[in-house]
Design a protein around this ligand. Structure first.
Ligand SMILES: Nc1nc2c([nH]c(=O)n2[C@H]2C[C@H](O)[C@@H](COP(=O)(O)OP(=O)(O)OP(=O)(O)O)O2)c(=O)[nH]1
Ligand SMILES: [Mg+2]
Length: 128
């Protein structure tokens, strides 16, 4: 089970999502920025490190919203979604093909990684 932490950053009613580069099985899919938890690291530490590495953003991790598990066949993941606040840095795409600030209701129009689909629907419905 690969443990992953991802950020839900909301600003002015919009949520930050990122599109993966065209490689491997997840080619071009949208996701929430974040990545794999390293040994000895808390989920929040992982979130802060990943957001700096991937987007050059300083974030303040907030509440854990939900953790979802998904089986991709050759591996399975547990993605922990955390609210986070961008408190510094200037966003720069270090690993993604694209990024977008999207209104909750419009999230479902983006092609997300499979593990995220249920969560995105939930967010879009404004239940959280
Ligand atoms: N970052 C992120 N990964 C997700 C999400 N949903 C989902 O299934 N994943 C999967 C895709 C990958 O198989 C795995 C972690 O992805 P990652 O590519 O971000 O990991 P990483 O940043 O540590 O990158 P790397 O060092 O492994 O290249 O979790 C999501 O919303 N955000
Ligand atoms: Mg990542």
């Amino acid at each position: 089970m690969v443990k992953v932490v991802a950020a839900v950053i909301e600003q002015n009613g919009k949520i930050l999502i990122c599109r993966r580069k065209n490689k491997d099985g997840s080619a071009g899919k949208w996701e929430f920025p974040g990545g794999k938890q390293e040994p000895g690291e808390t989920e929040r530490e992982c979130l802060s490190r990943e957001l700096m590495e991937e987007l050059c953003l300083v974030v303040q991790p907030g509440d854990k919203i939900e953790a979802v598990r998904h089986d991709y066949g050759s591996f399975s993941v547990e993605v922990a979604f955390y609210r986070a606040k961008a408190v510094g840095g200037e966003m720069k795409l270090m690993v993604h093909a694209d990024a977008a600030w999207v209104q909750k209701e419009a999230l479902c129009g983006y092609d997300f990684l499979e593990a995220d689909i249920g969560f995105v629907r939930w967010l879009a419905e404004g239940k959280r």
